[in-house]
Design a protein around this ligand. Structure first.
Ligand SMILES: *Cc1c(COP(=O)(O)O)cnc(C)c1O
Length: 216
């Protein structure tokens, strides 16, 4: 099936309120253009340089999501245009994003990344750490960021009940913060469970563009 067919098929299964972010990492701009022409406007990338190059070369009304692990020294490159930064996992990074957003005279939308997986490799905050950031007085001084919600990744496993309970833990945690309504979880392998467990934003790569030849 073509990229356009895949998008159509996936959209038909998603509730209207769920935002579909097409994860285009490692994929050439021709395939992104095909998705764009099929009406897709939200795209996700996880490497800063690749994101900047694609932003440069592709239509300016694309909403670019940064979904990878962001280093403080790279914030500057994406600050002029990024639509939503999903993986914020420290106060230090929030301060850096605020600083660069201010230089660009804009407000940058962020999600706090929560660590829910039973794996050592995934980044993210514990629920306690997220609470501490959200309750801190210093957060109120960061006028050029807007925290919109939470991002999370489940364990890479075939155990659906485990995935479900990990996503559910985010949904339950987020209830404490009703104004933080964006819940970004669900990838190609687990987005159906994610949507059942309250996801409002799914990040799909291989189910739209096909398998990646190499993993970054
Ligand atoms: C690559 C990636 C995705 C998409 O993964 P697929 O399995 O191809 O859908 C989603 N979220 C993050 C953070 C990623 O790095």
């Amino acid at each position: 099936m073509s990229v356009a067919d895949n998008l159509l098929q996936i959209r038909s299964t998603l509730p209207a309120a769920v935002t579909l972010v097409a994860v285009s990492k490692t994929k050439p701009k021709e395939l992104i253009t095909e998705a764009y022409e099929a009406g897709q406007k939200d795209f996700g990338e996880n490497y800063v340089q690749e994101l900047c190059d694609k932003h440069e070369q592709l239509p300016k009304d694309i909403r670019w999501h940064f979904i990878g692990h962001l280093q403080s020294n790279k914030v500057k490159s994406i600050a002029p245009f990024v639509h939503l930064i999903h993986g914020v996992d420290s106060f230090k990074l929030l301060k850096e994003i605020n600083k660069e957003a201010k230089k660009n005279d804009r407000i940058i939308n962020c999600l706090l990344q929560l660590f829910i997986a039973n794996e050592e490799t995934k980044f993210g905050l514990s629920f306690e750490e997220a609470d501490a950031i959200l309750k801190s007085d210093e957060l109120k001084t960061l006028e050029n960021i807007s925290i919109k919600g939470f991002m999370a990744m489940a364990t890479n496993t075939d155990n659906e009940e485990q995935i479900r309970s990990e996503f559910r833990s985010v949904k339950i945690f987020a209830k404490k913060y009703p104004h933080l309504s964006v819940l970004s979880y669900g990838m190609s392998s687990d987005f159906k469970i994610a949507v059942e467990e309250g996801s409002t934003m799914v990040r799909l790569g291989s189910s739209i563009f096909g398998e990646r030849n190499y993993t970054k």
